[in-house]
Write a protein that binds this ligand. Sequence first.
Ligand code: FAD
Length: 241
Amino acid sequence: PALRGRGRPRGRLAAELHAAALRAGAVIRTSAPVVSVSTGVDGAIVLQGGETVHAGQVVIATGPSAAARLLDVEVAPAAPVRLTVAEITAHGLTRSPAGSGVIVAPDVPTPAKALTHVDAKWEWAAAALPPGTSVVRLSARDGEAGGLDAPVDIARAVRVLTGVHVAPAEVRAHTRVDWPDAVCTPTTRALLADAAERRGIHLAGAIAAGTGLASVIPHARRIAADLLSHPIPHEGARHVR
Ligand SMILES: Cc1cc2nc3c(=O)[nH]c(=O)nc-3n(C[C@H](O)[C@H](O)[C@H](O)COP(=O)(O)OP(=O)(O)OC[C@H]3O[C@@H](n4cnc5c(N)ncnc54)[C@H](O)[C@@H]3O)c2cc1C
């Protein structure tokens, strides 16, 4: 999710990673969900549609629910990360009163846990908007409860978090975006780690390292270095249809 929904930077970073992986000899498969994983001398990864890929080492880097299904372990379902994105014409917002955004303290009376002032954070977004218009992204404290669905709720939350008076009519457009399977609690992380270790499977990404690229990237580098220091007996993966 950190790389999606951000326009131009996303495209460039994904393209660079894709090119670097191909240069290193990787085979990349997209739109190919894995439905089961088995380990052993010649682990089998079964893709939706029945194709099987054999691999000496398996690394799971999905969200927590998908990882739990692949590892055959039960975890409590987590609420989605719920965002409301709003286009607002309140004049005071064009001065970026909260900089690029705020993380909200627990005792502040608002259903939002964070606010991102999109056009203050990303120049490309500011350049794409008509003068006098701002785009704000509110992240709900409780993904199930919401509470940021109507212009009056959005106007109130923005007022509380930026100090700028926003009339509901100045919320010109808004939409809700849910990110399912994006929250991994410490309990779920521990259950997944235990199940993976028992089956000789590696975990990477937020399910192993914790949320955020600052955690995910160094952890992924460590996993990659570790796997490369113990070469597998055969080269690459074999595909069996
Ligand atoms: C709205 C939002 C904004 C965020 N903003 C930031 C930010 O600004 N900075 C920051 O550092 N972090 C941010 N984060 C957190 C960050 O996005 C995550 O910590 C990070 O993306 C986790 O990376 P990951 O590779 O573990 O998982 P993901 O990026 O979620 O990737 C998991 C991948 O697994 C795939 N997958 C799922 N099931 C299967 C299956 N069965 N078979 C094959 N593939 C499967 C999914 O399609 C997905 O591509 C944000 C998160 C959200 C939700």
